[in-house]
Write a protein that binds this ligand. Structure first.
Ligand code: SF4
Ligand code: SF4
Length: 502
């Protein structure tokens, strides 16, 4: 699958006269960079456009709405369903709570997202770019704002070319104000993932939120308006590395939006092709596929980096074909392999054969295996943890009765959303007993109990006294919860003493 790199043909936005274009090409001072000409894509309806509406509604709905979803975790944890709690170093996602030492779950999710993109790209090419990439979704939204304020393609082109009048200034100010509102809501929604949304909104409007909240909203407002409102397709064509990486993931069996030149060429107007049907192909050169393209390219010039495979040109061409009574699919999702088959006159293969093939199944297998492994790890993970560090200086002390004392800093972690009673026991170290800094040696025992608050790490100072002459040896602190949902954890440590090591 070869994709054409470099400057993008801008057939849709070509008001420049041919003579001037020729002069530009001949000019010795021709710039390496073609100045952007606005893309005024035309409204179109069809199955792919409706699918894009659906994806836009779902993705924007998730983005703007998720911080407002509540999730009851009891009195000791926040009730926001999705929350990155930087202050307490926690990540909450519905019933899942991730601590910093469990970051491998987030890494696993990122790996799954990466493999998911491999899977989608190898099956349906740049579908991510065409439907669900944030740049695409927001650009689409801004293009609908343009249409709402200035009208469809012709009206917008006319307004663009018109001199600056009060009417034009008013429209521009109104449109850019809507851009700013969208950018502001986008930045505002982002910060709500990092704090309790209702509280933050209240504090934000009263000027009591942290300065970083205002700075973040300002930056995201600016970037949303700049990237989605003004730069648009230039981000996809010149800035984003993903199209370059994607072309390496696609092969001859990947579906991609294709103009069937073997069926459409030579193109000619409907009038001409009716007069001489044998001389012309099915393309009546109506230019509708170019007019609806959100990146302003002409798909009839072959696969190119500017094509995000949104398939709006398929909707457009299918409409034209229906109007002139020719079969649909002059522009369609086709694999390179099937294109060759069609050219050779063989019947096309069913779409599922392009989707279900060894490569996509391998990606799906890896993706599912990681997902299942993560689900298993999540379902079986411990919500308690114990670690212990001995004092190094001095490593041991001899008490007046000759027994050997070691001191330890033991950290007990309760990762659940309620306080838990726990028991710490000594394993090994015969004849030894322990006590904490809040009690005395009189109450030394082989086990002690403690209540650890919800969602907290509690440090304990523990002292262990072993019989006289005890030498260096390994032993363990065993931690067990004293509730119905019994969980255990162990910290292995070394006891230091003057006797021979065991
Ligand atoms: S050429 Fe067609 S599929 Fe590609 S970006 Fe334009 S409208 Fe979308
Ligand atoms: S919409 Fe179809 S018929 Fe019209 S110019 Fe494009 S390919 Fe040709």
């Amino acid at each position: 699958m070869s994709i054409r790199w470099g400057a993008v043909k801008t057939s849709q936005r070509s008001p420049m006269p041919r003579r001037k274009r020729q002069m530009n090409n001949l000019s010795p001072s021709k710039s390496l960079y073609e100045p952007r000409r606005a893309v005024h894509n035309k409204r179109i309806d069809g199955p792919f456009r409706r699918f894009k509406w659906l994806v836009m509604a779902v993705t924007l709905g998730i983005y703007y709405g998720t911080p407002w979803i509540r999730w009851d975790r009891g009195p000791y944890a926040p009730d926001q369903a999705v929350l990155v709690d930087l202050a307490h170093r926690r990540f909450y996602m519905f019933g899942i709570e991730i601590w910093p030492q469990e970051f491998y779950f987030v890494a696993g999710l990122l790996i799954m997202a990466g493999i998911g993109l491999f899977l989608v790209t190898s099956a349906v090419g740049r579908a991510w770019c065409g439907y669900s990439c944030p740049q695409t979704v927001w650009t689409d939204l801004f293009q609908h704002v343009d249409r709402f304020v200035d009208g469809d393609r012709n009206a917008r082109m006319k307004l663009d070319a018109a001199p600056w009048t009060w009417g034009k200034v008013t429209r521009r100010v109104f449109k850019w104000a809507i851009y700013l509102v969208i950018g502001f809501w986008t930045g505002g929604a982002w910060i709500m993932y990092f704090a309790d949304a209702p509280t933050l909104v209240h504090d934000f409007w009263r000027g009591e939120a942290a300065p970083v909240a205002y700075v973040t909203v300002a930056i995201l407002t600016l970037t949303t308006v700049t990237l989605g409102g003004f730069m648009r397709e230039q981000v996809c064509i010149y800035m984003c590395p993903w199209p370059r990486i994607q072309s390496a993931m696609m092969d001859e069996k990947s579906l991609t939006v294709t103009y069937k030149d073997w069926r459409g060429e030579p193109r000619g107007s409907l009038k001409k092709s009716k007069k001489e049907p044998d001389k012309f192909g099915d393309c009546i050169d109506c230019n509708l596929c170019v007019a609806v393209c959100p990146t302003g390219i002409d798909i009839r010039e072959g696969p190119q980096i500017g094509c995000i495979t949104c398939a709006l040109c398929i909707d457009a061409c299918d409409r034209t074909m229906a109007e002139v009574g020719r079969p649909r699919g002059l522009i369609d999702y086709v694999t390179l392999e099937d294109a060759r088959r069609e050219i050779a006159g063989e019947p096309p293969r069913p779409v599922w054969k392009a989707l279900l093939r060894p490569r996509t199944l391998v990606y799906f297998g890896i993706w599912s295996a990681i997902g299942l492994a993560m689900l298993f790890a999540l379902g079986t993970r411990n919500r308690i943890d114990i670690s212990a560090a001995p004092d190094r200086n001095p490593p041991f002390m001899l008490l007046s009765d000759g027994s050997v004392r070691n001191s330890f800093t033991v950290k007990i972690r309760n990762m659940s959303t309620a306080p838990r009673r726990m028991k710490i026991e000594l394993e090994g170290l015969p004849g030894a007993a322990m006590w904490s800094s809040t009690t005395s040696r009189d109450r030394a025992a082989r086990e002690i109990e403690s209540t650890i608050p919800a969602d907290a790490t509690e440090p304990l100072r523990l002292y262990i006294a072993a019989p006289p002459g005890t030498g260096g040896q390994s032993f363990a602190f065993n931690l067990t919860t004293l509730d119905a949902q019994t969980e255990t954890d162990t910290a292995k440590v070394t006891f230091s003493g003057p006797g021979a090591s065991e």
